[in-house]
Design a protein around this ligand. Structure first.
Ligand code: CTP
Ligand code: MG
Length: 168
């Protein structure tokens, strides 16, 4: 029983790792010009906000895809190259759409949107990967349960290290 749960956790993290790295890299490597160019939506609020930058998106894509390349190097299975790219892209697009929704709900940059902040990116990563490959439903469920916990823990760590302004 215990070993089965551990196997599920390892499989879940192994599969979704490019999305995690794509989501985390911008915190360290992001900044600079915002993707929306500082423009506002028709409601007068920012389209995405200053927390979504071109450099952060690019860094996330490169870092997440690099994980896929490493997974390919380790396993010899070239599907990991494409999976890494799709998972990274999906995570970044999901994060961007999450910010778009937050701005429409009048939640300012860095403000909390419980659920959306922790799961949006991973749901989109899975959606983007789905035409190519998805893990078993048990592994998907494990990803959906584990991600908010890992996201909150790593964000709290980043906050303590002074990398983030908010602990969530
Ligand atoms: N970041 C970036 N570019 C991205 C995504 C993130 O530069 N495409 C950086 C920003 O410095 C951002 C930090 O990573 O502040 C943390 O990301 P996140 O928590 O997603 O952004 P928030 O600042 O909380 O903004 P939002 O409310 O829009 O989620
Ligand atoms: Mg945030």
């Amino acid at each position: 029983m215990c070993k089965e749960v551990l196997d599920l956790i390892v499989s879940a993290i192994w599969f979704i790792l490019p999305a995690y790295v794509a989501n985390g890299a911008p915190v360290i490597l992001g900044g600079g010009i915002p993707i929306d160019g500082g423009k506002r939506f028709r409601d007068g609020r920012p389209i995405f906000g200053a927390g979504k930058t071109v450099r952060g998106f690019g860094a996330g894509l490169i870092a997440g895809s690099s994980v896929g390349m490493l997974q390919w190097a380790v396993t010899g299975q070239c599907i990991y190259i494409a999976l890494g790219l799709l998972l990274a892209l999906g995570a970044l697009v999901g994060d961007l759409l999450g910010s778009f929704v937050k701005r429409r709900l009048n939640i300012s940059r860095g403000g909390a949107a419980p659920g959306l902040d922790q799961l949006g990116f991973v749901v989109f990563a899975l959606l983007f990967a789905s035409p190519l490959m998805l893990p078993s439903w048990e592994v998907i469920l494990t990803i959906l349960i584990l991600t908010p916990i890992i996201h909150l823990a790593t964000n709290f760590g980043a906050y303590k290290l002074g990398l983030k302004n908010n602990p969530y």
